[in-house]
Each structure stands twice: as structure tokens, then as C-alpha cells.
Design a binder for this molecule. Structure first.
Ligand SMILES: *Cc1c(COP(=O)(O)O)cnc(C)c1O
Length: 338
């Protein structure tokens, strides 16, 4: 932040050569470090929520299909149903892999939440690939808000990916990335919806020059740039994330039945690598959150229907190993002392 301030970039407008250079460089870093394909577009938006709206407004005339098992997928569906006439849903169980559906020919966009942050499940990447294969007529849109930059994502296997930066990027909230295949942008141009300030074609027209149609969060782009410079290749981050996730899952399994806590998700094939959800009774969850907070650990509240009976641990790359060890010690003490 100091560097951004000292550099003067925060006083430059978003058509200035300084901004354009920062934007272009940041996109190049995203391609290098996260393996975003060269022909995919990268857009800056304000939030993942905005991306839900963009997908509905700019890429769906009538019909979308939403596969979900938790609150974020459901919210995406709900927003979309308010904007288009034919949003359909398939709800699957929290311990299930979503069905490899074959949608009807008139389905324009299939919407999948890769890491369902509300309950700590994920849609395996192999299933995303299968859904794509089974539905060549539709665009595949993936909400990767709590997994992008935490695990490797095969961008070429879907048309639309998005994530806000406050999760695995470890940045302050206030920006999201929307990553689109050439096919998705072509569809937006065919639909030619220009009615919204954030219509995808307006974004695409400005992004030819690495610019945005409204003044973007320049500080967030600067911070993203500097974080990306520090990051190793996503394949290395992926290995570390999954290693630490396994240690977290093993930790809770090892606490055993006497601990009055268990993993919310028992099927290891759908356990998220970046969000670990733990279930207990209302009193125990309350006690764990309160006592952990005294040690300065802010645990994620449960969400939606699991609000009072679960808590969530972020397994995000920015968290230090030392702090994970300290949190494990703290949890053990809380859980096994009255
Ligand atoms: C956090 C989150 C969102 C919402 O992100 P905003 O930046 O608040 O819009 C959407 N989807 C998922 C999966 C999330 O984890």
C-alpha cells in the first residue's frame, strides 16, 4: 500500500498510460502465475456477486441451469431467476458429486459453484470437465470465489470463471476477476445487450486497451499485481493447499468421536481444499468460536442452514503454517477441556 501511494499511481486516472501499463502487466502475471490461457479475457469487476449478474444479463437470453448444494450456488440461482425467465436448478446433496447432466438444447449457460464456501464442499474438476463435454451447446460458468489462486484451475475446461480477491488471493475486499473464453465474449456480442453499465461487451470493448468503462479499484489492481509477483506458480500453491487441507481433515478425524465435533462433509471426494467445515452442537460451536477469538483466531461462522451448528476454517494460501499449528493447539485445548 505504501508503495502504491509513493508511486503516484493512485492519483492517475484510468485512461492514463501508467494505469494501462499496470493493468496490462497484471494480466500478464495472471496468465503466467495462474495459467490463464492467452486467448481468455480478464475483466476487473467489483465482486463475485456482480459477476453473477453479468452472466445473467450479458450471456443468458432466457435459460440457464444451476447445479448447487449450498447458499452461494442458491443465491446465484435466485439473482438469475429475477433477471431471466427460465432459470432452472438441480440441487444435490452435500456429500454428493453433482450429476453429469446433459441439458436440453435450449440451455444457454450452466452455472456451477466450484468451491461452495457455505458448507466446505467442492465440485471435482473432473466433473466440471465432464459437464462441459456433455453440454457442448452451452456455456459453462464457474464460481471459483473461494478456490481461485488457492488451487490449480483448468481454465480451458469452462467458459466463464470468477472470484473476488478477498479469499484465496489474500487481498482486501473490493474487487473480483471475471475470466472469459473467446466463445463467451462472442456470445455476448451476438446477444448485444448494452443496457447495463457492466454489460460484458462494454467491458470487452474497453479491455482491448487494458481499460475499464468505469474507474476501477486501482489500489486493488496494484496490490494484485504485487501479490502475483510474489506468488510461485499455481501448481506449487495447489500442492501446498491440498497438503494443508489433508492435514486439517486428518486433524479433525483424529480428534475422534469423544470430541463432539466432526467434519460436516464425510465424502473425501467432495471435501473442499480451501474451506473446511466442522459440525458440532450449538453450545460447542459457540464455545469454540468464543475461546478461539480470545486467542485472536477469527473462525468463520456457519452459513445458511448450518449457521449455528458448524464453523469454518479458511485454508487459504496467505495463512502461515505457524498460525495453523497454533490454531490446532488452541482447538484441541478448547474441545477437550470443559
Ligand atoms: C464469497 C463468495 C461469494 C460472494 O463474493 P462477493 O465478493 O461478496 O460478491 C460468491 N460465491 C462464493 C462461492 C463465495 O465464496
Amino acid at each position: 500500500m505504501n508503495e502504491a501511494f509513493d508511486s503516484g499511481i493512485l492519483s492517475r486516472n484510468h485512461r492514463s498510460p501508467e494505469f494501462v501499463q499496470l493493468s496490462a502487466h497484471t494480466q500478464q502475471l495472471l496468465r503466467e502465475k495462474l495459467q490463464v490461457p492467452d486467448d481468455y479475457y480478464v475483466f476487473y469487476t467489483s465482486s463475485a456477486t456482480e459477476c453473477w449478474e453479468i452472466v445473467a444479463q450479458s450471456l443468458t437470453k432466457r435459460k440457464s441451469l444451476h447445479l448447487f448444494n449450498g447458499s452461494f450456488g442458491e443465491k446465484w440461482f435466485t439473482y438469475t431467476s429475477q433477471l431471466i425467465s427460465d432459470a432452472e436448478k438441480i440441487v444435490f446433496g452435500i456429500n454428493d458429486v453433482p450429476p453429469a447432466i446433459c441439458s436440453t438444447d435450449d440451455t444457454e449457460v450452466i452455472c456451477v459453484t466450484q468451491s461452495e464456501t457455505s458448507n466446505g464442499t467442492m465440485v471435482p474438476l473432473s466433473m466440471i470437465e465432464k459437464i462441459k463435454e456433455n453440454n457442448p451447446h452451452a456455456l459453462l460458468a464457474v464460481d471459483a470465489t473461494s478456490s481461485m489462486a488457492g488451487i490449480y484451475l483448468p481454465f480451458e475446461k469452462a467458459d466463464i470463471w470468477f472470484a473476488s480477491v478477498q479469499k484465496c488471493f489474500g487481498l482486501p475486499a473490493g474487487m473480483a476477476l471475471l475470466i472469459c473464453s473467446p466463445r463467451a465474449v462472442e456470445k455476448a456480442f451476438r446477444m448485444n445487450n448494452r443496457r447495463h453499465y457492466n454489460s460484458l461487451i462494454l467491458l470487452a470493448e474497453q479491455m482491448k486497451n487494458f481499460q475499464t468503462n468505469h474507474t476501477p479499484n486501482v489500489l486493488a489492481i496494484f496490490l494484485l499485481n504485487r501479490i502475483l509477483q510474489q506468488l510461485p506458480d499455481i501448481h506449487l500453491i495447489d500442492i501446498q493447499t491440498w497438503k494443508r487441507a489433508k492435514l486439517w481433515y486428518d486433524f479433525f478425524l483424529s480428534l475422534g468421536k469423544n470430541s463432539n465435533t466432526k467434519l460436516l462433509i464425510s465424502n473425501s471426494a467432495v471435501q473442499s481444499g480451501t474451506v473446511i467445515a466442522i459440525q458440532s452442537d450449538v453450545d460447542m460451536v459457540k464455545k469454540i468460536k468464543e475461546l478461539a477469538l480470545k486467542k485472536q483466531f477469527i473462525l468463520g461462522n456457519g452459513y445458511g442452514m448450518w449457521k449455528d451448528t458448524t464453523f469454518r476454517i479458511a485454508n487459504f494460501p496467505a495463512i502461515e503454517d505457524l498460525h495453523i499449528e497454533q490454531l490446532k493447539d488452541t482447538l484441541k485445548k478448547i474441545i477437550f477441556t470443559e
